[in-house]
Design a protein around this ligand. Structure first.
Ligand code: ADP
Length: 248
C-alpha cells in the first residue's frame, strides 16, 4: 500500500549511444500512488527512460532512486524487479494454451524458470489474489477460457493482471491501447485509474485522447529531457509542446 511522497526519482540522468544523447539531464519524480502519463514524439527517449528505471540500460551519469532506500544504479535488473517494479511491454505475451486463471497462477511463481505444478497445492492466499485480480481486469467470466481466444484488449488486461499478481509498487506500461477498440480503450482507462492509489503507474502513450481520459499529470519528453509537465490542458496549450508536435 502507498505511503506518501515520491517513490521514484531520476536526477540529472544522461545516457549516450554512439555519442548521441538519448537521455539528457533528465529529472523526473513520481509520487507513490500516482498515475503519470509520459508523452513525447518518436525518439524523445521514452523507451530508454523505462530501460533505465528497470536496470536494462545503465545511464552514463545521474542518479535513480526507488523510495529513499534503493539506489537503482547499484542494482541488477532482477534485483530491481524484486523491489516491485513491473513492466508491461507493448505486445501482450500471455500463455495462449493455458486458461486465464492458469496464466495468473503462473505469474504468482516468483521464479519463472521453474514451471509450477498448475492446480496442485494452490494456497488459499493465491486463489484469493487471483479472484481479486480477475475482478480488477474484468475477466472474471473468462477465467476458465484459453488465453489464446481472448481479444487483443483482453490479452493486454490479462498481462497487466499477471504483473498485479506480484503486488508491484510501480507499474511501467508501454502503449497499452495501441490496436484497441474504442470500448476496450475506455475499459483500459478505468482499469489504470483504478490501480492508481494502490500502486504507482507510469504509462507511455501516443494516443492523446486516451492520455486526456486518464492522466492527472502528464510529462512531455523531448530530446531526452522534460519539456513540460502538468495537467493535459496545461501541457497541450504550452507553445513549446505545440511546436514539437507540429514539427513531427
Ligand atoms: P522513444 O521511445 O521516445 O521513441 P527511444 O528511447 O526509443 O525514444 O530513443 C531515443 C533515441 O535514442 C533515439 O534517437 C534512438 O534511436 C536512440 N537509441 C535508443 N536506444 C538505442 C541503442 N541501444 N543504440 C543506439 N541508439 C539508441
Amino acid at each position: 500500500d502507498v505511503t506518501h511522497g515520491p517513490i521514484l526519482y531520476l536526477e540529472d540522468v544522461s545516457v549516450s549511444f554512439d555519442g548521441f544523447k538519448a537521455i539528457n539531464d533528465l529529472n523526473l519524480t513520481i509520487d507513490d500512488g500516482e498515475l503519470r502519463c509520459i508523452i513525447g514524439p518518436n525518439g524523445a527517449g521514452k523507451t530508454t527512460m523505462m530501460d533505465i528505471i528497470t536496470g536494462k540500460t545503465r545511464p552514463d551519469s545521474g542518479s535513480v532512486w526507488f523510495g529513499s532506500r534503493h539506489d537503482l544504479l547499484h542494482m541488477s535488473e532482477p534485483e530491481i524487479a524484486t523491489l516491485g517494479i513491473g513492466r508491461k511491454f507493448q505486445k501482450p505475451t500471455v500463455f495462449e494454451a493455458l486458461s486465464v486463471f492458469e496464466n495468473l497462477e503462473l505469474a504468482m511463481a516468483t521464479d519463472k524458470r521453474i514451471f509450477p505444478t498448475l492446480t496442485a497445492r494452490m494456497t488459499g492466499e493465491t486463489r484469493d489474489r487471483i479472484e481479486e485480480v480477475l475482478q480488477t481486469i474484468h475477466l472474471k467470466d473468462w477465467h476458465a477460457r484459453e488465453a489464446g481466444i481472448l481479444s487483443h484488449g483482453q490479452k493486454q488486461w490479462l498481462e497487466i493482471g499477471m504483473l498485479l499478481m506480484q503486488k508491484p509498487r510501480l507499474l511501467l506500461v508501454d502503449e497499452p491501447v495501441a490496436g484497441m477498440t474504442e470500448q476496450e480503450m475506455e475499459r483500459t482507462a478505468e482499469l489504470l485509474t483504478s490501480l492508481a492509489g494502490r500502486q504507482s503507474v507510469v504509462v507511455v502513450e501516443h494516443d492523446m485522447g486516451f492520455v486526456r481520459s486518464i492522466a492527472r499529470k502528464v510529462t512531455v519528453l523531448h530530446q531526452g529531457s522534460v519539456l513540460a509537465e502538468g495537467s493535459m490542458d496545461a501541457v497541450s496549450s504550452d507553445p513549446k509542446v505545440v511546436e514539437v508536435y507540429l514539427g513531427e
